[in-house]
Design a protein around this ligand. Sequence first.
Ligand code: NAD
Ligand code: ZN
Length: 379
Amino acid sequence: MQALVYNGARDVVVTEVPDARIERPTDVLVRITTTGVCGSDLHMYEGRTTMEPGRVLGHENLGEVVEIGSAVDRIRVGDMVCLPFNVACGHCKNCEAGLTGFCLTLNPGTAGAAYGFAGMGPFNGGQAELLRVPYGDFNCLRLPGDAKEKENDYVMLSDIFPTGWHCTELAGLRPGESAVVYGAGPVGLMCAYSALIKGASKVMVVDRHPDRLRLAEQIGAIPIDDAKGSPVEQILGLTAGEGADRGCECVGYQAHDPQGREHPNMTMNNLVRSVRPTGGIGVIGVFLPQDPGAPDDSTRRGEIPFDMGLFWFKGLKMGTGQANVKAYNRRLRNLIHTGRATPSFVISHELPLEQAPEGYRHFDARDEGWTKVVLHPDG
Ligand code: NAD
Ligand code: ZN
């Protein structure tokens, strides 16, 4: 089959690899029709992880079931399914509690498992013609009859729509409250969109890319350009000096500082300063753990400076980690099905699989207008 394979830093190629296949009786095999390129793929793409060359990338996957293992009894050949990016067993202590981002069977002791991800299990990704889905009965979300016409909306259920929603949950957002979202990438836009759907009174979105800020404004959020002055001052100005009730981190360790240089603690400290005393902070931007084997300086990955004193003084709360996609995606699927949500508004480019390397290059460079790329391996 054709697949997008990681070769090394900023080097991905579309090449022939052995077909994904049923390996265990609980597996499901999916022919991928739509698959997203995510800000999380850039952690591997930029060469900061220990991902081994030859792995297939891609954790935002949707397609048609073409084969099922002998122990699969809920999912059927021909079903259109979306695959939550978390690969989970469904039976461990965390999975039973709905915390499928932290499956203890597949990746004990750390951050659960995912398709095509360094440090999150051995599973190949779905930027390919075929994908093997372990524990298929548990890890497939079946889609309704409009799956084909709304593929670009439903594919957002694999990751960024539930992830954005999860960030508002981590922050503790309730209807009528105000929220600030740092980062207007696809995840930040989905977070702002979720906050608005949940009834936030005011949603402010910080970034410096005009095309991304325009999208934030289009969905009803207030764009805050941090190139035009301190985002903290702008947020305090919009909240009578109190700060927002809730703050959402949708950037991760690649945050830039006022000069546009990489500065990993920038958003964390800005959040602590722009959320009201006793408010809540959700952090879904990725901070990679220290890893002595990693190719870069571990202080940029794990131990970042953070104003713990101010965080404590203000009595703030914080939630972190991978999104437990399964906990939300049936309900978010229903919002799409009934026309209450159209998360495909973030998509700027639809490309065939062969053009995936070009999509990665532009998305990684944050080139004007390249907000979100989806690939269609079926042409
Ligand atoms: P992205 O890189 O396209 O977007 C990040 C945005 O943040 C960019 O537009 C950038 O200009 C902006 N930014 C950088 N520094 C900033 C600062 N100091 N203040 C405000 N904005 C700043 O990526 P994305 O696809 O939107 O993903 C965002 C993060 O979410 C990544 O770290 C990704 O890995 C993570 N993520 C986490 C989960 C999860 O389950 N926790 C799931 C998906 C993605
Ligand atoms: Zn993703």
